[in-house]
Design a protein around this ligand. Structure first.
Ligand SMILES: [Zn+2]
Length: 162
């Protein structure tokens, strides 16, 4: 039997306390900036910048289960809060059971972020400088709500429904 080396005697907790090192080929983190999820004045939970986010930079992406569009639409029927983005004609991301912060981005008629679908990903970008503490909002335009919900974004140009 080999004897234990001194390295092996280091408690496991000490070894895992170090910051994780991302190796080449590993996935990017879902968030590029510090974000918090908190109660929103607009609706339910919202995402807030925990540090300033400069205009045009990627905030992060909404990750979740990849499902066929048909299945995603079936799942969201009658739901008040929807965490689904259709990323192609055939596929959608359902973040209902995801712990991803960006699934909580609320709609605003005067948004500070934009949702871009790129290569099957649902990515959020800042459209202006966002200060720490601001809620991150995007204009979802044609949403799954199909105009059935009253918009409570509070913007002067609010369209009233989403
Ligand atoms: Zn509005």
């Amino acid at each position: 039997m080999p004897r234990l080396s001194p390295v092996a005697a280091v408690p496991a907790a000490a070894a895992t306390a170090e910051a994780p090192v991302r190796r080449k080929g590993e996935p990017q983190p879902a968030e590029r900036f510090a974000l918090t999820v908190d109660k929103s004045p607009i609706d339910g939970l919202g995402v807030f910048a925990a540090e300033p986010i400069p205009a045009r930079l990627k905030i992060g992406e909404m990750r979740g289960e990849i499902v066929p569009v048909r299945e995603a639409r079936r799942r969201i029927e009658g739901r008040r809060r929807i965490h689904v983005v259709e990323v192609t004609d055939k596929t959608a991301i359902d973040a209902t059971k995801s712990d991803c912060a960006l699934r909580h981005v609320n709609h605003s008629c005067a948004p500070n972020a934009v949702l871009r679908i790129r290569q099957g990903r649902a990515e959020f970008y800042a459209i202006r400088d966002i200060a720490a503490g601001e809620e991150i909002c995007a204009d979802y335009g044609e949403s799954h709500h199909e105009g059935r919900l009253r918009c409570r974004c509070g913007a002067p140009n609010c369209k009233g429904r989403l």
